[in-house]
Write a protein that binds this ligand. Structure first.
Ligand code: SAM
Length: 286
């Protein structure tokens, strides 16, 4: 197990359960957990397949890291968890046994690719927003306001008020969020099958943490949560088991220019000068 840090952002290369039990991240010190675990749907994260021998085995594993994440949270802390749509109900139960669920958010997106032909293809993922103490938690409503769409061309006036008043033009987002998925041509794109967009993490981190707070991501992948935390002047602790993804994290968080003596850089896109099909699979090294 290796760690990489600049004092503000730390990457733990290893298994989330071992690192969370090792107490390298002390209990009750984290302000916000964002957990986007393997969904148990058979995706390949490099040479690891995201499939447990049974549903029971998967939920036993989920319960273990959830307990550890709850232990890491401060009494005022918040936890967001993502899961597969088919796991929605079970995650709801597991979370309600440990925390207060404030919102069940639907992250929806569009897909240009071929969708299912014999059922309704899945175009959304669940996100649970939970807190330890429903009376004391961070929620920076003013930092995440969105346009309040009325459908009208001009500003609407509420004539039912004693003094006619213009309707609010801004509101806190509801629990159905639209953010496009990360596409190949987007500058933030990395080679990972489950990368989440920075725009999604911006809303979560801006709402549920304050500058200098600590954001913990136990399944970091491409380190979107940590990168966004850095952009918003938060600190971060991230865990990732796969070395290739850890290299992405070191580069995205600018913790080092090299890894094991080789320069880290973002792979060229197929339409960029210098790209060749031989270099297609060389993800990070020259
Ligand atoms: C759904 S992806 C996370 C994607 C991430 N949110 C992003 O935006 O890129 C889950 C990640 O968990 C990692 N992972 C799987 N099992 C793990 C474990 N036991 N400990 C730590 N990381 C693990 C996988 O390698 C994968 O990168």
């Amino acid at each position: 197990m290796a760690t990489f840090t600049d004092g503000q952002h730390t990457i733990y290369h290893g298994d989330a359960l071992s690192i969370l039990t090792s107490e390298q991240i002390p209990d009750a010190t984290v302000d916000l957990v964002f957990a986007d675990p393997p969904y148990n749907i058979g995706k390949h994260f490099n040479d690891r397949r995201d499939k447990w021998p049974s549903e029971e085995a998967y939920y036993t594993w989920v319960s273990c890291w959830l307990d550890l994440c709850v232990r890491k949270l401060k009494p005022t802390g918040s936890l967001y968890v993502m899961c597969a749509t088919q796991c929605f109900a079970s995650f709801d139960l597991l979370l309600r046994q440990r925390l207060t669920v404030l919102s069940r958010i639907v992250w929806h997106y569009d897909s240009s690719g071929v969708q299912a032909k014999r059922h309704f293809g899945s175009l959304w993922e669940p996100i649970f927003h939970c807190v330890k103490d429903p009376k004391h938690y961070t929620f920076n409503a003013d930092d995440i306001l969105v346009e309040a769409k009325t459908g009208a061309q001009r500003k609407l006036i509420d004539y039912r008020k004693p003094v006619p008043t213009q309707y609010n033009t801004k509101k806190v987002p509801g629990n159905a969020w639209y953010f496009p998925r990360v596409r190949y041509r987007m500058p933030e794109y990395e080679q990972h099958p489950a990368q989440k967009p920075i725009s999604l993490l911006e809303r979560i981190i801006a709402a549920s943490s304050n500058p200098k707070d600590i954001v913990l991501d136990p399944f970091a992948g491409t380190f979107t949560a940590a990168r966004t935390a850095a952009n918003l002047n938060r600190r971060s602790a991230s865990i990732e088991i796969d070395e290739e993804y850890v290299k992405i994290g070191i580069r995205r968080l600018e913790l080092a220019a090299e890894y094991k003596g080789k320069r880290l850089h973002q792979p060229l896109k197929s339409y960029e000068a210098g790209y060749s099909s031989e270099s297609k699979n060389l993800t990070l090294f020259e």
